[in-house]
Ligand binder design. Structure first.
Ligand code: NAP
Length: 244
């Protein structure tokens, strides 16, 4: 029997790259998708994976890529949606329509239609797993990034809706809602000064930030047969930050 196949978006960097490395180590074959073509090539070469350069917010391009991949591979056993952009440092009054559309287009709209494109083939192949990377901020809010938090809240809702709708076709849909993770996204975010990460650690119950590898472990678990009875769940790798 051949190894299971997974598609991961945002796979060139940070959490998506860590998930790709973890899943490759667990025997998955991978289709790696990202807007960063150069980073994607590096990740694909490292992991012996197929690179799928794609702007996830471009719905016609998403549909075209999905059709091409389905024609070539038939189906996939898992889809992990992780591509994202930061919205940190933008107060409610400053979010204009372009920033709102970019945020919702990347986190929600593109991933919505990607999952829609893969669901029928997954169901026809007997089922599979979808893992949606949301955020702790979707559970408890955060100032100065309302469009980001709204997009991540919508992903959480989408995950729960799809779990109910697709469950009878043996497609499990779960959400991972990380706390603050040190990645290229947060390293370059406006509003995070150089001591921000160490200050956060002092109020996190485990006294350390969760890492991209910690989040990858949750993603890989939810995609795996070990989570066969889990759907509609939300795991929050955050060092306990959810409770501070
Ligand atoms: P990251 O290192 O910046 O990785 C995100 C990847 O997504 C980048 O390679 C990025 O490319 C790519 N991307 C951006 N827009 C895209 C598009 N339109 N189409 C395809 N790919 C696109 O960030 P990360 O921190 O690992 O974040 C990964 C996911 O975790 C995001 O959804 C984020 O919201 C979520 N998350 C992160 C944290 C955190 O604290 N880091 C916490 C909770 C949730 P570019 O670099 O070229 O933009």
């Amino acid at each position: 029997m051949s190894s299971p196949l997974a598609l991961i978006t945002g796979a060139a960097s940070g959490i998506g790259l860590a998930a790709a490395r973890r899943m490759a180590g667990e025997g998955w074959r991978l289709l790696l998708c990202d807007i960063d073509a150069a980073g994607l090539e590096r990740a694909a070469a490292e992991l012996g994976a197929e690179a799928v350069p794609l702007d996830i917010s471009d719905v016609p391009a998403v549909r075209e890529a999905a059709a091409r991949l389905l024609e070539r591979h038939g189906s996939v056993e898992a889809v992990v949606v992780c591509a994202g952009i930061s919205g940190h440092g933008l107060p409610f009054e400053k979010v204009d329509e372009a920033a709102f559309d970019a945020m919702l287009g990347t986190h929600l709209k593109g991933h919505f239609f990607l999952l829609q494109a893969f669901a029928p083939a997954m169901a026809a192949a007997g089922g599979g797993a979808m893992v949606l990377v949301s955020s702790l901020f979707a559970l408890r809010g955060s100032p100065n990034m309302p469009h980001y938090t709204a997009a991540k809240g919508a992903l959480l809702g989408l995950g729960r809706a799809l779990a109910v709708e697709l469950g009878p076709r043996n497609i499990r849909v779960n959400v991972v809602a990380p706390g603050l993770i040190r990645t290229p996204m947060t390293e370059k975010s406006a509003g995070y000064d150089k001591d921000f990460f160490t200050r956060r650690e002092t109020v996190i119950p485990l006294r350390r930030l969760a890492t991209p590898e910690d989040v990858a472990a949750s993603i890989a678990f939810l995609a795996s047969p070990a989570a066969a009875s889990l759907t509609g769940q939300c795991l929050s790798p955050s060092g306990g930050e959810a409770f501070t």
